[in-house]
Design a protein around this ligand. Structure first.
Ligand SMILES: CC(C)(COP(=O)(O)OP(=O)(O)OC[C@H]1O[C@@H](n2cnc3c(N)ncnc32)[C@H](O)[C@@H]1OP(=O)(O)O)[C@@H](O)C(=O)NCCC(=O)NCCS
Length: 184
C-alpha cells in the first residue's frame, strides 16, 4: 500500500510545477530493446509496422517525459520511414532523444535498429520524428524546458528540428486555408 501511495505521489508530481531550466538533450536519451516474438508478427513472419510504431511512440514518450519532467502527450508523428523488414527472433533496439523544444512542444528523434542475434548483423530499419506536448493539471499545453545541444550531432539535430517545426506550421496554415476555401 505504501508503495502504491508513493507511486501515486510520483505520478501526481508530473502535473505540478516544473523547473524550466534548460536541460541537455542527452539527459532524455532512452533505449528500449525487445526480441520479436509470435505476438509481433503476421502470418508471413514479418513484424507488423504497428509493432514498431508502438515501440517508437513508447521510447519517444519516455524521452519526452524525461526532458519535460511533466505529463506529456503525443501530438504528431512524422517522417516515419520503414527501411527494411523485421523478422521473428530479431532483437529490436529503439533509441530516442529530444532534438529541440519550443514553448510547450518538443521534437523527439527516434532510430530503430535490428540485430540478427545468431550472426550479429545490424540493420537500420526505421527512423521517425515525433512531437510531444507538455500538459498541466487541466490537460492544457504547458511550458517545457529548452534543450541544450552539446555535441555537433545534437546541434545539427536541433537545427533540423527547427526547420521541420517551421514546415509543420506552414503546412498546418496551408491546410487551414484550403479548408476555408472548400465549397459547401
Ligand atoms: C496535442 C494537444 C495537447 C495540442 O493542443 P492544442 O490546444 O492544439 O494546443 P496549441 O494549439 O496551443 O499548441 C500547443 C503546442 O503544440 C504544438 N502542436 C499542436 N498540434 C500539433 C501538431 N499536430 N503537430 C505538431 N505540433 C503541434 C503547437 O505548435 C504548440 O507548440 P509550442 O507551444 O511549442 O509553440 C491536443 O491537440 C491534444 O490533446 N491532442 C490529443 C493528444 C493525444 O491524445 N495523443 C495520443 C493519441 S493516441
Amino acid at each position: 500500500m505504501d508503495r502504491f501511495l508513493r507511486m501515486r505521489d510520483d505520478r501526481d508530481r508530473l502535473y505540478g510545477d516544473v523547473d524550466l531550466t534548460p536541460r541537455p538533450a542527452s539527459q532524455s536519451r532512452t533505449v528500449i530493446c525487445v526480441v520479436m516474438e509470435l505476438e509481433h508478427v503476421n502470418n508471413a513472419g514479418y513484424v507488423h509496422g504497428g509493432t514498431i510504431m508502438r515501440l517508437v511512440d513508447t521510447a519517444a514518450g519516455i524521452a519526452a517525459v524525461r526532458h519535460a519532467r511533466r505529463r506529456v502527450v503525443t501530438a504528431a508523428m512524422d517522417d516515419m520511414s520503414f527501411l527494411a523488414p523485421v523478422y521473428i527472433g530479431d532483437l529490436v533496439t529503439v533509441e530516442a532523444m529530444v532534438n529541440d523544444a519550443h514553448h510547450t512542444s518538443m521534437e523527439i528523434g527516434v532510430r530503430v535498429d535490428v540485430e540478427t542475434v545468431p550472426t550479429g548483423e545490424h540493420r537500420h530499419v526505421a527512423s521517425a520524428h515525433l512531437v510531444f506536448v507538455g500538459l498541466d493539471e487541466e490537460g492544457r499545453p504547458a511550458p517545457v524546458p529548452p534543450v541544450i545541444a552539446e555535441t555537433d550531432q545534437e546541434r545539427r539535430r536541433q537545427a533540423e528540428a527547427k526547420i521541420r517545426r517551421e514546415q509543420r506550421l506552414l503546412r498546418k496554415q496551408a491546410l487551414a486555408g484550403a479548408g476555408q476555401k472548400r465549397p459547401r
